[in-house]
Design a protein around this ligand. Structure first.
Ligand SMILES: [Zn+2]
Length: 277
């Protein structure tokens, strides 16, 4: 618009009808060019907006679906959540359960266990267990959310079965010793081999009453990570597990957590911990 004003002022100053006509045509040409340019740009913008609008909406929809109020965790963050979570009705195991008949061998086992990331766990203060079945029991809060997890799985045609729940330090001792075999002259290599899969007594997450080992019905002979159950549990950053307040106990990818990753073991940490609100 400035250009037009300038030209018309110039026209007044100069005078002359030919020049006036020329300037008028020129002004019209400028106006037309201006209108055309604005018009085209406007149309282009409109087209872009039309193209952008549905894309933006689709992104927003997928973000809100993925969010689902569930917190996202890296393997390390799962490990840290386990560490920081205060398990109700538990206290740290204070006494060291004797493992073998040799104090020096026990000491060596504990030192090697600590080097792998094992720590002394907690055990229930009062007996508030609920029986999952005739063989397995869990602390009350874990039991309620296990029932929810299992029911949700059944709806999706997934058969989850608890094959380990609460375990006392004495029970853990029997398991550890049976795997160690040589109770007197075990070498560090033999001990480390057992520690890859089995905690020494006092160091098992099963002592709390909030940890479960799962089997997949119909796929008992397969490694758990190769079953539809594991696929269902672990999909989308353990979405189904977290919905019911459970997390993987030893997720793949986390280091210094004790045993190697255990696809079948899950820990109750409450829905408050797994949800953003
Ligand atoms: Zn286990």
């Amino acid at each position: 618009m400035r250009v037009i004003d300038h030209k018309s002022i110039q026209a007044k100053k100069t005078g002359g009808s030919k020049l006036k006509k020329f300037l008028l045509v020129l002004a019209l040409a400028i106006i037309l060019a201006f209108v055309y340019e604005v018009g085209v740009k406007h149309t282009v913008l409109n087209v872009n907006n039309k193209e952008n609008t549905p894309t933006k909406t689709a992104t927003q929809v997928s973000q809100s679906t993925a969010k689902n109020n569930l917190r996202q965790f890296t393997p390390e963050q799962f490990r840290e959540l386990y560490k920081s979570f205060v398990f109700p009705n538990t206290a740290k195991i204070s006494e060291e359960t004797p493992i073998t008949y040799s104090e020096s061998l026990d000491e060596r086992i504990r030192t090697l266990a600590a080097a792998k990331g094992y720590v002394i766990r907690s055990a229930p203060i009062v007996d508030s267990f609920v029986a999952v079945d005739s063989e397995h029991k869990l602390q009350q809060k874990a039991y309620a959310d296990w029932v929810e997890l299992q029911a949700h799985a059944v709806k999706d045609n997934i058969g989850l079965k608890v094959i380990a729940g609460y375990r006392s330090a004495e029970d853990q001792k029997e398991i550890f010793l049976s795997r160690l075999g040589n109770r007197y002259g075990a070498t560090d290599a033999q001990i480390n081999n057992v520690l890859n899969t089995t905690a020494p007594p006092g160091y098992s997450r099963h002592h709390t009453g909030y940890t479960i080992d799962l089997a997949c019905q119909g796929y008992e002979n397969r490694r758990f990570e190769n079953t539809p159950c594991y696929t269902w549990l672990s999909a989308n950053n353990y979405e189904n597990t977290k919905k019911a307040g459970w997390i993987p106990s030893y997720p793949a990818g986390a280091t210094s957590q004790g045993p190697e990753p255990e696809s079948w073991e899950y820990v109750w940490v409450s829905k408050d911990s797994t949800h953003t609100q």
